[in-house]
Each structure stands twice: as C-alpha cells, then as structure tokens.
Design a protein around this ligand. Sequence first.
Ligand SMILES: [Zn+2]
Length: 242
Amino acid sequence: MKNITITIDVEEDCPPMLTSTRGMEEGLPKLLDLFKKEEIKATFFVTGIMAEQYQNLIDKIPEEGHELGCHGYTHARFDRMETEEVRIALRQAGKVLRKFSKRLVSFRAPNLRFPAKYLKLLEDEGFLYDSSLAAYKPPFSQSIVKDKIVRIPATVTSSFLRLPPGLFVPLLKHLKAPVIFVHPWEFVDMSALPIRLDCKFNTGEKALQNLKILIRASKTENCLFLTLEERASLEKTEFLAR
Ligand SMILES: [Zn+2]
C-alpha cells in the first residue's frame, strides 16, 4: 500500500529572513485543525525556542496524536557548528521537547543540513531517525540506515505544494512514499513581505487549500498517513530483511 508522511518544521517566520512568529500564532492552529478534521497524523519538528514560547500550542501536538520531533534549539545551521556546539544544541532542544513528549526520536536539521559526521551525536542524544536529507536536490539522497540512525529524506519541498494543484497532484501520484514538508508561516499571507519569491508566493489561504487538496488526493489513492517514526521503522525493517 502506498504511504505518505506529512512533516511540519515549526520555527519563526521564514528564518533567517524574518524574526516574527505569525506562523506560530496563526498558521500552526490552522494546521492542527485541518489534520483533526481530516483525521490524519503528522510529524512536527519543533525548535526548542518555539516550544518554550508557545507551550500551550506545542502541548496539542502529542495530545492530538501527532509525533513531536526536534528541529534544533534555535534555527541555527548545524553544518556551521563545531562538535561541542552541536552536542549542546541537541541536548538543550531535547531537554525542552521531552517535557511535552517523553518519546522524542525523530530529528530534522534547519535548512536540511546535517553533516553525516554528527549522526553519532544524534544517537547519543536518544534520536533514532533523521530527516535532514533532501531527495529533490543534489545529491538526490535516498533512505539509508547508517549505524543506528535511519535517514529518511524529505521528497517534496514546501514551495512545490503552493503551485497550482493541477501541477503537483499528478506528479505526486508518481512518488511511492512521499515525505512532504511545510512550515506554519506558509499558511499566513506573506506576499507583502520583503522575502524571497519562493518563500512568499501563494502563502496563506491558498497554501492551506492546496494542502487539503493533497490530503484528499492521497485519500482517494488509499494512502496510509504515517508519522516519520512509523515510516522510518518500516524502512528499517525492510532494510534488515534484504
Ligand atoms: Zn526550518
């Protein structure tokens, strides 16, 4: 059966271009509502800082049956950190996020950049799954099991989902098990802000409508909606059976 994983990187608005948090205040509640109405589960990769600032909202993630994952402590890039800084950031984020959910095993680095040499540190901090690779840009990564960490690449970038549905729905049908990723700020109208065009086009209601169309299209294909943890453990089982 085909499966799909929807992931949300929960952070300030369009980092590092903005520091506002309208996505947290307006976008995240809309996403939680949509997933509740559609009765689907998703994985939310949250930064430690946003979890500290928006405790009531972050509480809802595990409460409503979604997976809580880690997106670093701040949105600083891990590929620009020294080993010790990486360890501190992972530990700080883990400490905050485990107050919301004792089970915290999935990770995605900001900007989808996490050097392989740091995977051991993820393992040391209790993580099992990493979704910091991208399948849609070079080197077009595929899922891999490296040491204990299973790496599941994101396959569909968020701006792709803001194109007209007539374009993205047929393309999605060709993907066996897409890992979609979006951000709460995309569900707030960002069109008037001085940010890159690919960050702001079709943000707001249109983006929400598109996500709903994607969910409905996946349902008509009888897709299973898996969290990243569910998806990764499935891949690990298949990998070990090879
Ligand atoms: Zn991010």
